[in-house]
Design a binder for this molecule. Structure first.
Ligand SMILES: C[S@@+](CC[C@H](N)C(=O)[O-])C[C@H]1O[C@@H](n2cnc3c(N)ncnc32)[C@H](O)[C@@H]1O
Length: 214
């Protein structure tokens, strides 16, 4: 991305009091292209409906909304300032297609009234408690189409720690996200868990990558 655009995105964060930009902005293209490439390799095409869990200020949205057919992108976020910041970022990228984004702290994905072909949680399970990860699968089981796929990234930390996202939203960094943890969920929800699915490029920041097929 050219420097002028990068500075504009940083300015928009400050104007919307949405916090200090992070590696999400500095690695805008690396992460965005990795997500798009990975979803396409798993079979996503423009007709599919995508749920972007923890969509942030629509960084991946700038890629996905442009690619998908009108209205097929749905984002959920807990951090309210990203709603308006996301809108402004899309304006900056001159993207005017319809999309849906909502603030959701309670996994109420059924209220979209949609069934999704794909879901993505890029660096989001990374910050969920183990109870939230369980709740996430519980609701995805209801809103994903049969054979729908969740692509997610995570870190199997040795120790847990907690911080507050911009001093407001709890941001947990759990531990023990090991094979046994995901295999227990696989059994509970009758889904297929796969770590490091074949053919995907390494994650740009080195997080573990996995899929769940519903
Ligand atoms: C590290 S950022 C990644 C953002 C985005 N996926 C991207 O790649 O640009 C993690 C995001 O997840 C959001 N988040 C954390 N817990 C969430 C939850 N339970 N539901 C939805 N979003 C959540 C945070 O507010 C933050 O925007």
């Amino acid at each position: 991305m050219d420097k002028k655009k990068m500075f504009k995105i940083i300015d928009l964060h400050l104007e919307e009091e949405a916090g200090v930009p992070s590696n999400r902005e500095l690695m805008w293209e690396d992460l965005g292209e990795w997500q798009m490439d990975s979803l396409k390799k798993m079979g996503m095409d423009s007709k599919h409906k995508l749920l972007d869990i923890g969509c942030g200020p629509l960084r991946f949205g700038t890629y996905a909304i442009s690619y998908l057919d009108e209205g097929n992108y749905f984002g959920v976020e807990v951090w309210e300032p990203y709603l308006k910041l996301g809108r402004r970022i899309l304006e900056e990228f001159e993207i005017s297609k319809n999309y849906t984004m909502k603030i959701d702290r309670g996994f109420d994905y059924e209220s979209f009234g949609e069934k999704f072909d794909f879901a993505i949680a890029q660096s989001v399970v990374t910050h969920m408690s183990v109870r939230q990860i369980d709740e996430l699968l519980d609701v995805l089981k209801k809103v994903m189409k049969p054979d729908g796929i969740l692509l997610f990234t995570f870190i199997n930390n040795r120790f847990p720690y907690s911080v507050y996202y911009e001093m407001e939203e709890p941001m947990i960094t759990p531990c023990k996200l090991d094979n046994a943890f995901f295999q227990a969920l696989e059994k509970k929800y009758q889904v297929e868990y796969r770590k490091y699915p074949e053919g995907l490029e390494r994650h740009p920041t080195g997080q573990a990558v996995a899929t769940i097929k519903f």
